[in-house]
Design a protein around this ligand. Structure first.
Ligand SMILES: [Cu+2]
Length: 121
């Protein structure tokens, strides 16, 4: 007599992928001095933002699409500080700065393809 024994004991239990999606950040209370710039498939919108000279301002970048290469923003401040920040999808990224003198300051994506400007006045 032959007994064939098949042991089928392959049970793979994959743990469910749990996402840590909730990270509550306290929103700034003052809207004044905040300038929102969205990244859409058209690029930075609005492409030019007017900001006051000599005042502390907060630029709030928020990328709203994956159809863009602008997944980071590169900006050089008047004092020479280079800011290079990733822009995660649907996440506001704040850059606080003071622009002492009027003029036009350009910024771009990491590859310098999508561009926008700040008009300081
Ligand atoms: Cu780019």
């Amino acid at each position: 007599m032959m007994f064939l024994r098949y042991a089928l004991a392959c049970a793979l239990v994959l743990p469910a992928c749990s996402r840590e999606a909730s990270k509550a950040e306290p929103a700034s209370t003052s809207a004044e001095g905040r300038f929102e710039i969205k990244v859409t498939k058209n690029g930075f919108e609005p492409a030019d933002v007017k900001v006051p000279a000599g005042k502390r301002v907060t630029l709030v970048f928020e990328r709203k699409t994956d159809e863009t290469c602008a997944k980071e923003v590169v900006l050089q401040l008047p004092d020479g500080t280079k800011i290079d920040k990733p822009l995660p999808l649907d996440t506001p990224v704040e850059i606080a700065a003071t622009f002492p003198t009027s003029g036009v300051i350009g910024y771009a994506c990491g590859m310098d393809m999508a561009r926008g400007t700040l008009t300081v006045q």
